[in-house]
Design a protein. Structure first.
Length: 202
């Protein structure tokens, strides 16, 4: 018996689409506003323990998740690729509102975690950590939710049925649909969530 894993994705979900657009726009602004004398948008948005804890620039806890290294476009590309692949699937299961809430919370929590590490390193290692930016923390959190969804199904062969998809994608083999259990959304949202199909091909 052959068992395979396939993930069928719908077109970009609304929140993922706008998150990618915002990240790209901010990246372009970073490039346009940097100069030898100033980091421009990067300097305003990046996460620095000194700026947050001494000057109370708390917005950096969130804005840093929308900045990426101006010197390395791959930093942006890999984060947006992960957001597109995993965020599209997770938002399709939990809905736009819950996904946005989770994503922004994850971004802030990861920023707080960075500040804690910075304080520890600065105190005990007597070493200054460079300012931080990037969506990696939030994207990694989304990936963890995606893996949790797979674990909850308890199946080897999985295909996530997104909104707007037809049953033609699963015309071969036997397919059993089950609703996913949710770590955080309400019962109403679970009823609207797309099914997770268990696909086994003999």
């Amino acid at each position: 018996m052959n068992r395979n894993v396939s993930f069928a994705t719908a077109p970009l979900t609304p929140v993922v689409k706008w998150l990618i657009i915002i990240n790209v726009v901010v990246f372009v602004l970073q490039l346009l506003t940097r100069s030898p004398r100033s980091n421009g948008v990067t300097g305003w948005f990046e996460l620095s323990g000194d700026a947050v804890l001494r000057h109370w620039e708390v917005w950096r806890l969130l804005t840093s998740a929308f900045c990426h290294s101006p010197a390395q476009i791959t930093h942006l590309l890999f984060n947006m690729l992960g957001l597109w692949i995993f965020g599209n699937l997770v938002e399709g299961v939990y809905g736009a509102r819950e996904f946005l809430r989770f994503y922004l919370t994850a971004a802030v929590v990861s920023a707080v975690g960075f500040l804690v590490v910075e304080l520890l390193v600065t105190r005990f290692a007597i070493r200054q950590i460079p300012a931080e930016y990037g969506a990696s923390g939030a994207v990694m959190a989304v990936m963890m939710v995606f893996l949790a969804l797979i674990t909850m199904t308890g199946s080897v062969g999985l295909s996530f049925l997104m909104r707007g998809m037809t049953s033609k994608a699963f015309s071969s083999g036997s397919t059993t649909s089950v609703m996913t259990a949710s770590p955080w959304p309400s019962v109403t949202q679970r009823q609207r969530a797309p099914a997770v199909a268990v696909e086994r091909t003999a």
